[in-house]
Design a protein around this ligand. Structure first.
Ligand code: NAP
Ligand code: GLV
Length: 306
């Protein structure tokens, strides 16, 4: 069996020996143009040339949860596309989002500024009942996040494409319940895949439907947010601020207004990293399952784009 690896970002020097150790019977190599036909490819943001040349693939593995970069390419028909299914990401996402919510709700930035000035002062406690959290996307990551937030006794709403029933989460679905979901939420967490349906979904209209004093946490993809509309909603006072981990252009260009906005906290696309050993173990297990004709989780449905 031949396995190819290609990543636009990740460290191939560590991935190739890791994949080789997990798949001792296979020949694992870095993809180069003109490479011999392989059975499986393990990729992140591959060039179209790889897909055009590799005509014998039995499956294509994406070394991330989001497949939006792959979906921009012309994909081979009939080849299963398998994305990372948690692989250590959901706990990272839960800790990042809970941290962002609690930091905002408990006004920890304000306390930090006070103590930096040597000031011992109290802020009025706020009721978590006034901070219902809405999680957009109730998939592998969104469900874990919604349940983690519910542990802190915040009211939690969730929104997905299909109907769901999740303990401790008031579930909404579809465009028909979108406005109601927004109007019921004050803190909004975006964990949707980026598809034509979800691009620009956080815009002037949707942000205006959030409860006053709203707060946006985007940990999905930058193109979910219309940047200028988010800034306008914060500057108008309707929103209290935002924590952003993902951006339309990454790295975020130095001149972008997000960098210096006093009510925006940003991090460099790091809320849930691809963990090499967990991911390799998951991919190796799935290759073994596919070789034995067994089903695997994390199959992308081309028609819906995630
Ligand atoms: P997932 O399991 O595929 O879940 C996607 C969820 O979004 C599902 O609940 C789905 O609804 C819902 N959804 C999709 N399209 C929708 C629409 N048009 N309207 C309403 N709901 C819709 O994905 P995941 O593993 O949780 O990952 C989510 C995203 O997180 C990834 O696509 C990626 O972009 C992002 N991510 C970011 C980082 C980071 O470091 N910032 C790391 C990993 C992933 P159904 O359940 O009804 O299908
Ligand atoms: C990271 O953003 C991922 O999609 O895994």
């Amino acid at each position: 069996m031949r396995v190819l690896y290609y990543s636009a970002d990740l460290d191939s020097a560590a991935w190739i020996p890791g994949l080789q150790a997990a798949l001792p019977a296979a020949h694992v190599e870095l993809w180069e143009p003109g490479a011999v036909a392989a059975d499986y490819a393990v990729v992140w943001k591959p060039p179209q040339q790889l897909l055009n040349e590799q005509t014998q693939l039995k499956a294509l593995f994406n070394t991330g949860a989001g497949v939006d970069a792959l979906m921009k390419l012309q994909l081979p028909t009939g080849v299963p596309i398998v994305r990372l299914d948690d692989a250590g990401m959901s706990v990272q996402m839960a800790e990042y989002v809970c941290h962002a919510i609690i930091r905002h709700f408990r006004e920890l930035d304000g306390y930090e500024a006070d103590t930096a000035q040597g000031t011992w002062s109290y802020r009025k406690p706020r009721s978590r009942l006034d901070f219902p959290v809405g999680v957009m996307g109730l998939g592998v990551l969104g469900q874990r996040v919604a349940q983690a937030v519910a542990h802190f006794d915040f009211p939690v709403n969730g929104w997905s494409q299909s109907p769901k029933s999740i303990a401790g989460v008031q579930c909404f679905h579809g465009r028909e319940q979108w406005d109601e979901f927004l109007a019921s939420s004050r803190v909004l967490v975006c964990l949707l895949p980026l598809t034509p349906d979800t691009t620009d979904i956080l815009n002037a209209r949707s942000l205006s439907l959030l409860r006053p004093g709203g707060y946006v946490i985007n940990v999905a993809r930058g193109a979910h947010v219309v940047d200028a509309d988010l800034i306008a909603a914060i500057d108008s006072g309707h929103l209290a601020g935002a924590t952003l981990d993902v951006f339309r252009v990454e790295p975020l260009p130095p001149e972008h207004a997000f960098w210096t906005h006093p009510k925006i906290t940003l991090t460099p696309h790091t809320s849930a990293r691809t963990l090499r050993s967990e991911s390799i173990a998951q991919i190796a297990k799935k290759i073994a399952a596919l070789e034995n004709g067994q089903p695997v989780a994390g199959l992308v449905e081309a028609g819906r784009g995630y």
